[in-house]
Design a protein around this ligand. Structure first.
Ligand code: NDP
Length: 281
């Protein structure tokens, strides 16, 4: 059998059209501040893509480009200023930061009300408490939307998440648990990974290892979400061997064109949510 491809680009476009309509009806444009420190080429591309995506739906992007040698104090002062600027609804810091700046120290400086990436400890805590008012991190939020576009009810399904990072693996696992899946989180110390993955009705690969997931990891008729973005000599690869997934699974996300576009769409969605929260009558 051939799996159905879960088209993240198309779903993201639908989300963006809906947001555009919603934003057009607002009294002012929501605004997103994006802070980039240094000149990492991949980060610069990501920031440019976010700017373009904002503009396409009517969100005003405000990019702050800081030199690589920016001190913690200088960055903190900018974040404080943006926290206190009422016209800025969301604040995002492009990761990774240069080595002398510790993201775990910097990210909590963003006001939880403007934390559209959902990385602030307050918002992480709210996610664990199933608080629907929190900002859910963009990639995990997009993954759940993709899964539910194919399978609206995932109650009782077995889900395996490979990866336990703060930005993808852990929040995805919590969101799947909130959807009543039975969730197992695998990582680099997990034993018998292929065997474990073969129990998964839903398999989320967020590892950063090109094509780690091959046929022997995939349960027939399952749903596979490939989060990986790996630049290899043979081009951009996911964490899943796409041909194997196509052959064995029922649904699979492509790389590119799967999770990536949904991540940006969810950033826009969180920015509009931040605007609405901050402008409640
Ligand atoms: P991290 O490096 O932070 O985490 C990787 C996780 O994979 C860790 O938990 C690690 O385990 C686990 N792992 C590493 N090797 C193995 C292995 N051989 N077997 C099982 N588990 C393993 O990565 P991120 O979560 O930040 O990102 C994962 C991938 O997703 C990357 O390719 C990244 O580029 C991509 N990504 C894509 C996004 C998108 O929008 N499409 C957004 C964010 C990330 P341990 O904890 O034990 O070290």
């Amino acid at each position: 059998m051939t799996a159905q491809i879960l088209d993240g680009k198309k779903l993201a476009q639908t989300v963006k059209e809906e947001l555009k309509t919603k934003i057009a009806a607002l009294p002012s444009a929501p605004a997103l501040a994006v802070i980039i420190v240094g000149t990492d080429p991949a980060s610069e591309i990501y920031v440019r893509n976010k700017e373009k995506a904002c503009q396409a739906v009517g969100i005003a992007p405000q990019t702050h480009k800081l030199p690589a040698e920016t001190s913690k104090e200088e960055l903190a002062a900018l974040i404080k200023r943006l926290n206190n600027t009422p016209d800025i609804n969301g604040i995002l810091i492009q990761l990774p930061l240069p080595a002398h700046l510790n993201a775990a120290e910097i990210l909590p400086l963003i006001s939880p009300e403007k934390d559209v990436d959902g990385f602030h400890p307050v918002n992480v805590g709210k996610l664990l408490q199933k608080d629907t008012e929190t900002f859910i991190p963009c990639t995990p939020k997009g993954i759940i939307k993709l899964i539910k576009s194919a399978k609206p009810d995932i109650t009782g399904l077995n889900a395996v998440v490979i990866g336990r990072s703060q930005i993808v693996g852990l929040p995805v696992a919590h969101l799947l648990l909130n959807e009543n899946c039975t969730v197992t989180v695998a990582h680099s110390k997990t034993k018998n990974l292929p065997e474990l993955c073969r129990t998964a009705d839903i398999l989320v690969a967020a590892v950063g290892k090109p094509e780690l997931v091959t046929k022997e990891y995939i349960k027939p008729d399952s749903l596979i979400i490939d989060v990986g973005i790996n630049r290899t000599a043979n081009g951009l690869k996911g964490d899943v061997n796409f041909a194997d997934a196509l052959e064995t699974a029922a649904y699979v996300t492509p790389v590119p064109g799967g999770v990536g576009p949904m991540t940006i769409a969810m950033l826009l969605d969180n920015t509009v949510a931040a605007y609405l929260k901050q402008n409640r009558p």
